[in-house]
Design a binder for this molecule. Sequence first.
Ligand code: GDR
Length: 330
Amino acid sequence: MPRAFITGITGQDGQHLAQFLHDQGYDVYGMVKGQSNPRIAAVLEEMPFIETVPGDLADLPSLVKAIEVSQPDEVYNLGAISFVAMSFNQAELTANITGLGVLRMLEAVRMVGGAENNPIRFYQASSSEMFGKVRETPQTEATPFHPRSPYGCAKVFGHDIVVNYRESYDMFACSGILFNHEGPRRGIEFVTRKVTNAVARIKLGLQQEIVLGNLDSKRDWGYAGDYVKAMWMMLQADEPDDYVIATGQTHSIEDLVERAFAEVGIEDWRPYVRQDPKFFRPAEVDLLIGDPSKAKRELGWEPDVSFPELVSMMVRNDLEIEAKKAGIAL
Ligand code: GDR
């Protein structure tokens, strides 16, 4: 059985990827940091097939040990401080984990797998946040980076060091430049889930309003389940390379809000939405729209779930969860 090693196993993508790889017949190893990681118990309850391995992206010896123990064919580095807004407050931590963590992971793979023609295949979770103040629209693999947050800067370092290790040590190392991807497993701090959860609670009479930041910024939102498949496809290709993974369509936060409220039959959303400067960012990424044509051409990858389907899936999921918690029959 092929073996996959995943960092960030308790995050949205780690969970989707673990299930996907298990379904493909992989043995799945998930790196878990800390003495008693509060999220891993819930993940293991749903996916008991995951073998957990201790390790921390801030600690190279632990990564070497983790790779030695799991002996993977494929490594997926999804672990990061991933919340852009938080990276402004914890910039050094973000640089260390989201940036230098990639270097440490590559180094662990190189040390354990051997320097030349390393057989371990490596995937790095790069991000559309690297484009930041975009230089062209839509963004492709060739678009120059202009990150707008400590998170984006750290991701640029991670991206560049993957290219460098590929070129220097002939490693099979790829980066997926993933645009925003969402779903029912999304953390509540991200805007899509924050909105769909609040809309569900407002519909059920559990909450009065939702407080948001910038409603004008635009994102290219896809479904996380579609995007983890692209990660795997990159590692099955003949040659390692970098790919933009996106839908090619963009929507504003306002569009998201409108569609989520419409899903529960509320046409006029304005009375329920308040803006607060505390949710505005010191520097914003105004317009993201990715061109996934290389991934389609070379990998045969295409997204299945559309933006309306995604919002509908998330609102319905939150309605079910919130109704169950409150003991309300739907
Ligand atoms: P993003 O996702 O920063 O694009 O990064 P997020 O959902 O946090 O923000 C998207 C946009 O929504 C605006 N916004 C708000 N955002 C949040 N979180 N909360 C609010 O109340 C709110 N109001 C408006 C933001 O200003 C922003 O413009 C995500 C993460 O998953 C990264 O890790 C990943 O790399 C990128 O997507 C691709």
